[in-house]
Ligand binder design. Structure first.
Ligand SMILES: Nc1ncnc2c1ncn2[C@@H]1O[C@H](COP(=O)(O)OP(=O)(O)O)[C@@H](O)[C@H]1O
Ligand SMILES: [Mg+2]
Length: 288
């Protein structure tokens, strides 16, 4: 499909979702049931089947692991869920709402956020500037607001609150000493931390993390995992985590989904999945 056609389809999906939201009123109503439901998801690249009918769900407030050998389709699944790729088939529901085919920013507005590599144009900005920009439209001002009395004070207050939140985040991720550094000069691990910080500052309900700890030192990794658990407990955030380190998955996830050749091979509590014959076979030649 051409880019134009893809964009048109995404726009149509967005419009349909908006109409639906108007009808049903509060789209943020968070009742019981899973946070994320993926059903029969399909995605091919020029004949290569990357995701082949994957079906799974992620419980609200859980830290769920998504594992599988290299090339299993984990990243493609994330990209399909968050509108980076157009899907070939299947549905994605977020808190019961169909978000299949929506564009990334529309999915993010609904509270489903994935981390993104720092874009080229952001590499020339400082770490602090990257984070001040992170919340994007959600904190943007409209022209109408701009002419209202008291607007300047409101903006100043909001700037101050945002700046405080950003500094707290910088300290939490131990990158406060890099605040004035250009993002483009960061090491791989530092970049990962900036990406995670940016995602958290959008105030998501669910975060999709694709190997977020690559290049991050073990002490900080432990600290970030503590933070993730705190966000689960205190804010009911839901996490879906792609991670190669099996010990980390075993120690931190309540539920594990195993992908293999684009399908869900097994899922369940970590110990059950680890001892599953099919899973062991799938990983043959790789460490588990
Ligand atoms: N943009 C793309 N274009 C073509 N092939 C892709 C693309 N993204 C992923 N693939 C292929 O899809 C399969 C699944 O890849 P991926 O989802 O990255 O697996 P994982 O994240 O589990 O390692 C692989 O064979 C990979 O080469
Ligand atoms: Mg991957």
């Amino acid at each position: 499909m051409s880019d134009d056609a893809t964009a048109a389809r995404a726009a149509a999906a967005d419009a349909a979702a908006d109409a639906n939201a108007d009808e049903t009123g509060d789209v943020d109503a968070r009742t019981g049931g899973p946070a994320l439901e993926v059903e029969d998801l399909r995605k091919s690249f020029a004949g290569l089947v990357a995701v082949d009918g994957a079906t799974f769900s992620v419980e609200q407030g859980s830290l769920t692991g998504l594992i599988g050998p290299n090339g299993a389709g984990k990243s493609t699944t994330f990209n399909c869920i968050t509108g980076v790729h157009d899907v070939d088939g299947g549905t994605v529901r977020f808190f019961g709402e169909d978000v299949t085919g929506l564009r990334t920013n529309r999915v993010a507005e609904r509270g489903l956020v994935r981390t993104f590599q720092i874009a080229r144009e952001l590499e020339e900005m400082t770490v602090l500037e990257n984070l001040m920009l992170a919340p994007g439209d959600q904190r943007g001002e409209t022209l109408a607001q701009a002419v209202l009395p008291g607007f300047r004070d409101a903006v100043r207050d909001r700037e101050r609150a945002l700046r405080e939140e950003v500094w707290e985040t910088l300290e939490l991720f131990e990158i406060d000493h890099l605040a004035d550094e250009q993002a483009g000069n960061l090491s791989g691990g530092q970049r990962k931390l900036l990406e995670l910080s940016r995602a958290l500052l959008t105030d998501p309900d669910m975060l999709l993390l694709d190997e977020p700890f690559a290049g991050v030192n073990p002490t900080l990794e432990e600290k970030l995992l503590d933070r993730i658990h705190a966000l689960q407990r205190e804010r009911g955030l839901t996490f879906l985590l792609v991670e190669h380190d099996m010990d980390l998955i075993m120690n931190h996830c309540e539920h594990v989904i195993v992908m293999h050749q684009g399908q869900v091979l097994a899922e369940g509590p970590p110990e059950a999945v680890r001892d599953d014959e099919q899973v062991i076979d799938a990983y043959l030649g790789e460490e588990i």
